[in-house]
Design a protein around this ligand. Sequence first.
Ligand code: GTP
Ligand code: MG
Length: 557
Amino acid sequence: FFRSLLKNNVCFRRKFASKTVAAKVQTTTTKKETKDETKSFSTLQEERREQAERSVLISCPPNISEMRFLKHVSRHGNIKNCFFYESFGIYAVVEFSEKDSIASLREATSIPSIQHETAVPFKTRLLSLKANNLNLSSSQPSVQCQKQTTIGVKELILKLSQEDSIDQQLYSLMEEYQLTEENICLRFLVCSLLKDIAAAYFPECIIRPFGSSVNGFGKLGCDLDMFLDLDAVSGRNLKQVGGGLSLEYQMKKMTSERAATQSILTVIGECVDQFGPGCVGVQKILNARCPLVRFAHQPSGFQCDLTANNRVAMKSSELLYVYGGLDGRVRALVFCLRCWARVHGLTSTIPGAWLTNFSLTVMVVFFLQRRSPAVLPTLDQLRDLAGPKDKSTIEGNDCSFVSDFSRIQDQTNTETLEHLLQEFFVFYGNFAFSQMSINIRKGVEQNKPESSPLHIQNPFEPALNVSKNVNATQLERLVTLCQESAWLLQQGGAGGRGLVRDTPWGLAALLQPSLSQSIKMKGRKRKAREPASERIKGLLDSLKSSKAAAGVAGDAA
Ligand code: GTP
Ligand code: MG
């Protein structure tokens, strides 16, 4: 028995190890190989959701022995996968091969008897393993915990400084920051645990993650955006059967969809607050443009936003997933720019006049569409490739686009990441923000329909500007930082690669806080002299023309 347990254990360890290697290889293989291997968004989501339904989350005693733990839990069924992590104690995610094993585990589980408190008997798949009577502990901690957070910026800068090229630096940053396989499993499991709570009201509901948990651009530690999908409950997908009679449920009517969403979130929010184990700090933010319930899920350490009736955001997440899966350079560039923007305070975790990660990602997509030849297709091109199953209309807007990667032709652009990064900064350092709108549907800038400083057309709701919140000061900071960063990179990799080991250079130099600090200082002095943008623009133009004269390959090459 022990031998087979060990074998299984080794199997899943190998499985994860090989995935890590695969992820490493993926970053260095050509884009052709990665694109056609990529699963469609819905296939991947369904697989992960089903996997989460077969999983449980178990809080473990300290110094738990992995072997003893596995032996104990595997009495209820074959374990397909298991990993440990730390969040106010040690937790194990256990994925059984069969869903039935969870019923067996539940039968062996009791409700705790607490001396001075009373437990509400609300049963979920979040369990707690007590070692009182069982010999599960070992004197030495014997579980290896999976990382759930990224390294700090200082450590990242040191790490990047040791790379040999700027391209390597970008891939290295992505590998360090991206969600791990285990972290993604945990995100789906938390959705599945919450579904069990919401199912008290809506038995057929599904809670789906969206945003950076699934769009391919998630950083370890990012929030968990969730969407309560009631389509299966509402019968929206039900085929009409013939005959002159139809049966309908009687139910309360609401004045609007918004009012219905608010009611649903009110009760689910209350349920999460009252009975949701590990859910703390529940806030119902029902008057926001998109009503939501916000809370912290302590066992996973995730900050959660639960929304309902939010299909467009789900489509936006899928669109970003498609763009990220089309070419290996896209994700590396987005990770790098999200990190750069965060370090320099262009984005923030606090809502306000800052650029959001979503807007920034759309800007990167637009820039890549504008390369010659293009790195990414336009949304209209993706729509034209859509198959019958891809057709989607949400609130009167056409949200169709192709989901099958193999139907999308490979692009011929072969520019290096270093060059693309450099050109991104030049592009937005010189962009006519005052007149033009960024439009990824058409892949060309359009005249601005309104006067917000930054206008990025919402890909699926053309009347909306996704960056309406950004004020003129924040836009100016973005432009200046782009110009300074372009300038630094033009100066031979911002400090010269490998001259002195550990001295920040290339991308590492761009992430140094001193860059934005120096801009702040210069900004004060410049006010008396000339606008920053004009000075840097001139410098960049002169560099560009001297480069062209020297016959250095540029974008047109
Ligand atoms: P993080 O900052 O890592 O959380 O990135 P994120 O992409 O998850 O962004 P966020 O949590 O702010 O929003 C979640 C998702 O909602 C995004 O991925 C988009 O799909 C959608 N979204 C966010 N902001 C907007 C917006 O202004 N307009 C539209 N249409 N969708 C948005
Ligand atoms: Mg998010």
